[in-house]
Design a protein around this ligand. Structure first.
Ligand code: ZN
Length: 164
């Protein structure tokens, strides 16, 4: 007759006194869908910055959105995708130094977080400066992590443009 066997690993006892405490490691995998925003992330790993734009002729907002919105925040219509022409050059609108990054920001610290103004863009996308020191008003160029992409928004950032 086949006996039932324990197939796990024995728990490690951390302490005995005053009571037993064992290590009980647990992990979970979170499945996160990019849904209708998938083209943005596909573009990043291919070295392209993808934006959405509302094509509803009755909508007052004609500029593009980065990060993209699937639906127009102004009229709720489904937006259309377009690629921002290369090279993607923006202007630093604001910046701050991040010393203690939050969970998910897998970057060495400190780093410069920058908000970048782009022509014809309704938003000032937030990302980080790859190197150098930011100043409000200086030009930056989008840089893409196409080698070893993270498949997250960290696959693009900015580098000073004047230094090229
Ligand atoms: Zn709209």
């Amino acid at each position: 007759m086949k006996k039932i066997e324990f197939i796990g690993k024995a728990a490690v006892i951390r302490q005995h006194i005053p009571q037993n405490v064992i290590e009980f490691p647990r992990s979970l995998v979170h499945f996160h869908t990019y849904g209708l925003l998938t083209p943005f992330f596909v573009g990043l790993r291919e070295g392209r910055l993808m934006a959405t734009r509302c094509k509803n002729p009755k909508c007052s907002e004609k500029r593009m959105w980065i990060p993209p919105r699937a639906h127009c925040p102004d009229c709720y219509e489904l937006m259309e995708w377009e690629e921002v022409p290369q090279p993607v050059i923006g202007t630093i609108y604001a910046y701050t130094q991040v010393v203690y990054a939050g969970i998910g920001m897998e970057l060495t610290t400190p780093y410069w977080q920058i908000d970048v103004e782009l022509p014809d863009c309704a938003t000032a996308p937030k990302s980080y400066l790859l190197y150098g020191t930011p100043r409000i008003g200086i030009k930056v160029k989008a840089v893409f992590r196409t080698e070893y992409p993270t498949n997250t928004v960290l696959d693009y950032c900015w580098a000073p443009y004047d230094e090229e």
